[in-house]
Design a protein around this ligand. Sequence first.
Ligand code: GLN
Length: 180
Amino acid sequence: MKVGVLAVQGAFDEMEAYWRAQGAETFEIRQRGDLDRGLDLLALPGGESTVQGKLLKDLGLFAPLKERIDGGLPVFATCAGLILLAAKIDDSGSRTDTRPERWFGVLPVTVRRNAYGRQLGSFRTVGTFDGKPNVPMTFIRAPAITEVAPQVEVLSTFDGAPTAVRWQHIIAFTWHPELN
Ligand code: GLN
């Protein structure tokens, strides 16, 4: 499998290492031409979603990626990546620039950025993921998923709120599976 890792900002090294460890061929997406290499899966790493959204637009990556995502390209997204995919942002966490040329907005969930406040901004826990117990989960200034559409499958929760979801060709996490 060929995995294209968005590498404009954030924790793309970790994401790439994770997919290599799964035996995938990986390459970094930094500019439009990188997409010519062809990809079976798009990996969206953690980082700062507002910065990533701006760079996606400025580098001319937004439109071609959006077209591929809308066309059914499988996507694996964590944290900032999930935020960029979310159809709705609850702005009570942090103000967010959701202009359509920098926000994919395809995944039918609502997300609140930086939802765990300052003290619990980053933390580790162990939980059940997709029916599998004892999965380590690392949250880094994580968003919370506050609403999901009925067709969205919830794969893990923390404090009763969804922390990983699957919908059509997209799987997205508020935590960082690639770090554990
Ligand atoms: N707090 C970041 C944001 O709002 C996300 C953090 C992360 O990706 N680990 O974009």
